[in-house]
Design a protein around this ligand. Structure first.
Ligand code: IMP
Ligand code: MG
Length: 171
């Protein structure tokens, strides 16, 4: 049986999501904000964050999945493209966790082709130890050195996304 070690409580998540939403509301006050959630891990964070952003904004989704296994070259396949017109707009990509950074750097490269005015990154968790790509995480609620975590959208083999708090998973 896997062991779940409590890492971040529901209350701690709530506080940091509120603070992050307030900061984004200030920073984007005079801009044309579009939140783009990265499927699937960001769904819970996106829903809560959006409710803490007090300025008008629009929401879209992008789906990207990485091939795992054999050659770990960070190959990304897009499974869902944004529907909104993004040209000239201010994009904030919303992610669950940034690890090596390969997924997000591919997504940034793709979104840049749609000609937005700006692209920034907001991640619930910034996991630093295995970072391989030079990307800026502009907003993060929590930093983590290492470990594999689940809950609040984050999965292990598609399970445990529903947990309302975040746990360190020991297999
Ligand atoms: P990256 O391309 O290495 O930055 O990987 C990012 C993706 O890997 C995230 O969007 C997650 O879907 C997944 N991932 C990385 N670390 C974890 C973790 O600790 N728990 C659950 N999923 C993770
Ligand atoms: Mg993800």
């Amino acid at each position: 049986m896997p062991e779940f070690i409590p890492l971040i409580s529901e209350q701690e998540i709530k506080v940091r999501v509120q603070e992050t939403g307030e900061q984004i509301s200030k920073d984007y006050r005079d801009l044309d904000l579009v939140l783009i959630g990265v499927l699937k891990g960001s769904f819970m964070f996106l829903a809560d964050l959006s409710r803490k952003i007090s300025i008008d904004h629009e929401i879209d989704l992008i789906g990207a999945s990485s091939y795992e296994g054999t050659a770990s070259t960070g190959q990304i396949v897009f499974t869902k493209q944004p529907d909104l017109e993004l040209e000239g707009r201010d994009i904030l990509l919303v992610e669950d966790i940034v690890d090596t950074g390969h997924t997000l750097s591919k997504i940034v490269e793709f979104v840049r082709l749609l000609d937005p005015r700006s692209i920034k990154i907001c991640s619930l968790i910034d996991k630093r130890e295995r970072r391989e790509m030079d990307i800026d995480v502009n907003y993060s609620c929590f930093s983590l050195e290492k470990g594999f975590i689940v809950g609040y959208g984050l999965d292990y083999n598609e399970k445990y996304r529903n947990l309302p708090a975040i746990y360190d998973l020991k297999l």
